[in-house]
Design a protein around this ligand. Structure first.
Ligand code: PGA
Length: 267
């Protein structure tokens, strides 16, 4: 799926591809995932993919599942790590990201269940730090992420790495951990949870360190609601106040896939 246009955002050094609509952008994300997975399997016998949840990647998973069904793609040699999970939550809760992944991808492709990693929202709080550290060790032991798929929150979060009052260097080193969700994230989650009181206010998230270490990073952002934060992340200061701006510190490994509405404020 060719991009409609390539945007050169002054000083960002980032590759920004703009597509006519969200479907085309999602298809381009699926193309990249399929290509990176095939290349990694060819080169070292396996591919390690970092996956995202939310409304934006649903079409990506639909596309990948369709390709598997058509025999054009296989997850046989793929291992996956998801960015985040609410805490606490049961995996079978329809609102868990584990069940989201089962609905949209895991249940529809030939991925071995023991290679589909989602942070465990049932670990006791006293064991959460060790569980998170273990998640980072598993990714490291798997050789790191060949590709990380990302969305962007309206506050600029990547995974549930929320805006923070830290230096960019300290932020870039954050490990996988238990976090409090930001008010904007909680407001946006009302869409899934039904009411502000029902939103689970904490989560386990893959850390910034692991995300930025991925050998390839695909940021997919679509819709007018993302236009302001996309422009801030690409044109504002690189700062922990806008987590996605940190992607500019590894710009040679990142591609931004946008639809026209999400690119509207980039000029
Ligand atoms: P969304 O979430 O795809 O539901 O907009 C994106 C994100 O918060 O990363």
């Amino acid at each position: 799926m060719p991009a409609e246009r390539t945007l050169h955002v002054a000083d960002s050094n980032s590759t920004v591809l703009v597509f006519a609509d969200a479907d085309a952008a999602a298809k381009a994300a699926a193309d990249r995932i399929a290509r990176v997975a095939a290349d990694a399997v060819k080169a070292r016998g396996k591919a390690v993919l970092g996956l995202a949840t939310g409304a934006t990647p649903e079409k990506v998973y639909e596309e990948l599942a369709a390709r598997v069904k058509a025999g054009a793609l296989s997850f046989r040699d793929v291992t996956t790590y998801n960015l985040d999970e609410y805490y606490p939550i049961q995996p079978l809760d329809p609102l868990s990201y584990r069940s989201y992944m089962h609905r949209h991808l895991f249940g529809r492709v030939d991925l071995a269940p023991n290679r589909a990693h989602v942070l465990d929202g049932t670990v006791p709080e006293s064991a959460a730090a060790e569980h998170a550290a273990q998640f980072d060790r598993w990714i490291d032991a798997d050789g790191g992420l060949d590709l990380q798929l990302l969305g962007i929150g309206r506050n600029g979060h990547i995974g549930f790495n929320e805006p923070a009052d830290l230096s960019a260097e300290a932020f870039a080193a954050l490990p996988t951990r238990l976090v409090d969700l930001h008010p904007i994230t909680r407001a946006d989650a009302v869409r899934e949870f039904g009411s502000p009181e029902a939103v689970i206010p904490r989560a386990l998230t893959m850390g910034v360190r692991q995300i930025l270490a991925a050998r390839s990073i695909v940021m997919l952002a679509t819709g007018a609601k993302k236009a302001a934060i996309v422009a801030e992340a690409l044109k504002g200061p690189v700062s922990a106040a806008v987590p996605a701006s940190l992607l500019r510190t590894v710009a040679d490994r990142v591609v931004w896939l946008l639809d026209e509405p999400a690119a509207a404020e980039l000029g």
